[in-house]
Design a protein around this ligand. Structure first.
Ligand code: IPM
Ligand code: MG
Length: 402
């Protein structure tokens, strides 16, 4: 009897202790959440203050292009992209108007050793440039080391991820405006976890963050004679975040009469990209970060593979251009680094030239790529020894540049 009573008391004490522990865990997390919220509010304020202030490349006496080769096949394809840049910019480089600055140290080895997405000295060097051409960097799965891409996009406020995809013979000429600094990526690796119980990541959509990506898409559409904008969300489920993203796109649309906005959900749009009777109608897409990440890989695959696509990360003060594929470490392990396809990074270099005020040079590279990859195909890269090396492909491309 006495034992039984003791048991009940003990049980009550245990329950109380359990509840107190749970409350302590939760209150700790509430504090973390509060800090994240404050941080995001600060970001909103900064965006509001800087809205519309853009760097004018024409007024710069010298434009500095940073080159970060990256990991895996990065150094191999980066070397080829630099050859193309040195060729088309030879006069400007000789005249001191353009400077190419090699930046070492953005490697997985250093990033792991320092447990920093971008080591401080590397970030400083990057900031000293006006734009950056970046090879792929390795992102470890799990762990707490954040992706260098994501960290750079956030640190340099590169809010528009612009990814063009074209398949001329099918009438496909798409351009994706993927929001690049917020959504599921805003808080990065700092989600919340109660080990063994639950985990929460965050998705953040802000008013000024959405407004500026929507404006970028609309400005592009107007400047390039496009008429249709596809706004892609999952606003039926993510009612707050995606709901607001869609609403703000509609508000921006009202400033651009004559253009057609169509609302889509990401699941059906993913399907429609495969619908040959419909897909050539699409022109400009605007979408939150993670959907943009996923669907641009699908779109690149339709174009001929992720190795064929370039990607621009554009902010008002800075811009970074890269391939959309990863570092393909396996190719290096297999000794096939020299056979990696540099086309995506060369395409990214062309996008960069367009951005810094050399649209004719950009066009020349794109035309040469078109001749080499689509039309003549005299030197073909397979990624293996039976194909050409990246250097041989680039020789061929340079010969077409004249
Ligand atoms: C991309 C990549 C990155 C992303 C990775 C490498 C972090 O997939 O640029 O699309 O998720 O944005
Ligand atoms: Mg991706």
């Amino acid at each position: 009897m006495a034992d039984g009573k003791k048991g009940v008391v003990q049980e009550i004490i245990d329950m109380g202790v359990k509840e107190m522990n749970a409350m302590a865990e939760v209150s700790d997390i509430t504090g973390q959440f509060r800090n994240l919220l404050m941080e995001q509010m600060e970001r909103v304020e900064k965006m509001e203050e800087s809205a519309g202030k853009k760097k004018d490349f024409k007024s710069l006496p010298v434009i500095t292009i940073g080159i970060c080769p990256g990991d895996g096949i990065g150094p191999s394809i980066s070397e080829q992209a630099v050859r193309v840049l040195e060729s088309v910019l030879s006069e400007e480089i000789a005249a001191g108007k353009i400077r190419l600055k090699q930046i070492d140290g953005l490697t997985i080895e250093r990033r792991l050793a320092e447990m920093k997405a971008v080591p401080d000295d590397v970030m400083e060097e990057i900031r000293e440039c006006d734009v950056l051409l970046k090879g792929p960097t390795t992102t470890p799965k799990g762990g707490s080391l954040e992706s260098a891409n994501v960290a750079l996009r956030r640190a340099l406020d590169l809010y528009a991820n612009v990814r063009p995809v074209s398949v001329p013979e099918e009438g496909i000429d798409w351009i994706f405006f993927r929001e690049n600094t917020e959504g599921e990526y805003a808080v990065g690796s700092r989600g919340i976890e109660i080990p063994g119980k639950l985990s929460i990541d965050f998705k953040v959509i802000t008013e000024p963050g959405t407004r500026r990506i929507a404006k970028a898409a609309y400005d592009y559409a107007v400047a390039n004679g496009k008429t249709n904008i596809e706004v892609v969300t999952k606003a039926n489920i993510m009612k707050k975040t995606d709901g607001n993203f869609s609403r703000i796109c509609h508000e921006v649309a009202s400033e651009y009469p004559g253009l057609v906005l169509e609302d889509w959900y990401i699941d059906i749009m993913t399907a429609k990209l495969l619908d040959k009777t419909r897909r050539s109608d699409f022109q400009v897409f605007v979408l939150p970060n993670l959907y943009g990440d996923i669907i641009t890989d699908e779109a690149a695959e339709i174009q001929g593979g992720v190795g064929t696509a370039g990607s621009a990360n554009i902010g008002d003060q800075y811009a970074m251009f890269e391939a959309i594929h990863g570092s393909a470490v396996r190719m290096i392990e297999d000794g096939r680094g020299a056979y990696a396809n540099p086309a995506s990074l060369i395409k990214a270099a062309a996008m960069m030239l367009n951005h810094i005020g050399f649209p004719e040079k950009a066009k020349a590279i794109e035309n040469a790529l078109d001749i080499c990859v689509e039309k003549e195909k005299a030197v073909v890269i397979t990624g293996h020894e039976d194909g050409a090396t990246g250097a041989e492909f680039t020789d061929y491309l340079l010969s077409k540049l004249g």
